[in-house]
Design a protein around this ligand. Structure first.
Ligand code: CA
Length: 226
């Protein structure tokens, strides 16, 4: 059974999350403060953490940084609607994904499943070949095929694909992508990403204007779904 730690200081929301997750077969622990969250997480019996960024004692970002010092447990953050900067900070501190308040239970459950899939994927042997219904990417051979036809990707496009695939199903902030592919100092050049993702979609997506695999989260970053 998967054990989820819910960190939320709002009593009503904490209780609702707890009831809903238990009803779905998860084992649930709860904390209303950052201090309690860190104590429970340090016990090491948590498979996933749902973390509200606005806590009374410490900023959620500090909780992430603390946990990341010794654990790779998946973390999904809950954040207020108009706090892009806070979300980006949380992702850069090592959160795996975020859900914006107010959110539906279905959305949160989908994020939990996606995050767990990614964690399982990282536990298993990494494969260099990614196959979707639309295309096949062999990262070792640097060979891309769409519907059986070879597609040429530039070295920069391959690098972008590799970074996203290392974080498969997981949101990667624009700053992280830029830093990993272009290097430090390029974190603000988000126009590069727009240009390169437009190219990648034209080459690989069945409907480049309605991407199914290379997804943009406006103002935040990108994710690979597939
Ligand atoms: Ca709060």
């Amino acid at each position: 059974m998967q054990r989820i730690l819910i960190v939320e200081d709002e009593d009503g929301l904490r209780r609702a999350l707890s009831i809903n997750l238990r009803a779905r077969g998860y084992e649930v622990e709860t904390a209303a403060t950052a201090a309690a969250a860190l104590r429970i997480a340090a016990g090491g019996r948590i498979d996933l953490m749902i973390l509200d960024l606005g806590l009374p004692d410490l900023d959620g970002g500090e909780v992430i940084a603390g946990v990341r010092g010794w654990s790779s447990v998946p973390i999904i953050v809950l954040s207020a609607r108009d706090s892009q900067a806070q979300k980006v900070k949380a992702l850069d501190a090592g959160a795996d994904d975020y859900v914006t308040k107010p959110f539906g239970m279905d959305e949160l459950l989908a994020r939990i499943r996606a995050t767990q899939r990614r964690a399982d994927h990282l536990d298993g042997a990494e494969s260099a070949v990614v196959e979707t219904a639309a295309f096949r990417l062999d990262l070792a051979a640097k060979r891309a095929e769409r519907e059986g036809v070879v597609v040429r990707l530039t070295p920069t496009e391959w690098q972008l694909v590799e970074v996203l695939l290392r974080h498969r199903g997981h949101l990667v902030s624009s700053a992280q992508l830029l830093a990993e592919v272009w290097g430090p100092g390029y974190e603000k050049e988000t126009n590069y990403l727009r240009v390169y993702f437009a190219q990648l979609r034209r080459k690989l997506e069945p409907e480049p204007r309605h991407p199914r695999y290379f997804i943009t989260e406006p103002g935040i970053g990108y994710r690979f779904e597939g």
